[in-house]
Design a protein around this ligand. Structure first.
Ligand code: CTP
Ligand code: CA
Length: 224
């Protein structure tokens, strides 16, 4: 085959992708985090770049190599990710929120190490909710911008998993939601992914599984 249909179908499009997992510091040496490696988001950036898009990747604590020929902005906390993605999204055609964002952060960040001497046998952490970046982006979006969210769900039942995704999509106000199952051995930090993509209104537009690059191209097919 001489024809490569995917080669330039995103030419001239500006795409912003968040990847990885945010970390919330407790003190100078500790953080609260999650197991997202950034593999799926980086695969999306690579796939979008190879289809001709201009890609900005907002990487939160990426555990994989940066993609080539993409602008990469490194962030760590949720509030840093929020500033970076909002700035980049202002001129984007598409925003994909693949990052696993910490839902809560410590109410106070200590300047010195928390010690056992001070805490004794128990330690209680007080956390406050982080802003919902995806919902903010969706409510403030410029005309014509397409916004895609991800949903990480541990629900074992397929039908209930999609139901949860539908409710989440409605809450967020995104155009599409990529629902994927996560667990001790699934989703995070693996090379394969299994997804169901829901469109506005909650109907399934595509589903399937494969390596993270094939899954990325599936998602981009929906966006195109
Ligand atoms: N997200 C976000 N800001 C947050 C939390 C999540 O932008 N503070 C984004 C994620 O990047 C993802 C989508 O929202 O694209 C769904 O994340 P998920 O954790 O599945 O949903 P939550 O709304 O946080 O609900 P919960 O974790 O309670 O299921
Ligand atoms: Ca969450």
């Amino acid at each position: 085959e001489l024809v490569e249909p995917r080669r330039t179908d995103l030419a001239g499009r500006r795409i912003v992708i968040t990847a990885g997992g945010t970390r919330e510091p407790l003190d100078p040496v500790r953080f609260l985090g999650n197991r997202s490696s950034g593999k799926q988001g980086v695969a999306l950036a690579e796939a979008a770049r190879s289809r001709g898009a201009e890609v900005t990747l907002i990487g939160a604590n990426l555990e994989v190599a940066h993609p080539e020929r993409c602008d990469v902005v490194a962030v760590s906390t949720t509030l840093e990710l929020r500033d970076a993605v909002r700035a980049a999204a202002a001129t984007a055609d598409v925003v994909i929120m693949a990052a696993a964002v910490a839902d809560y952060r410590p109410a106070e960040v200590r300047d010195s190490k928390i010690t056992k001497e001070e805490q004794g046998d128990e330690l209680t952490l007080r956390l406050v909710k982080n802003p919902d970046i995806l919902a903010e982006l969706a409510s403030e979006r410029p005309a014509g911008q397409t916004i895609i969210g991800f949903a990480a769900e541990t629900e074992p039942d397929d039908a209930l998993l999609v139901e949860r995704g539908r409710a989440k999509l409605a809450r967020k106000g995104a155009d599409f939601l990529v629902v994927n199952r996560v667990g001790w051995h699934e989703g995070f930090a693996t090379d394969e992914n299994s997804i169901v993509v829901l469109a506005e209104g909650g109907h399934v537009v595509t589903e399937g599984n494969g390596d993270k690059l094939s899954v990325a191209n599936r998602i981009l097919d929906v966006i195109v």
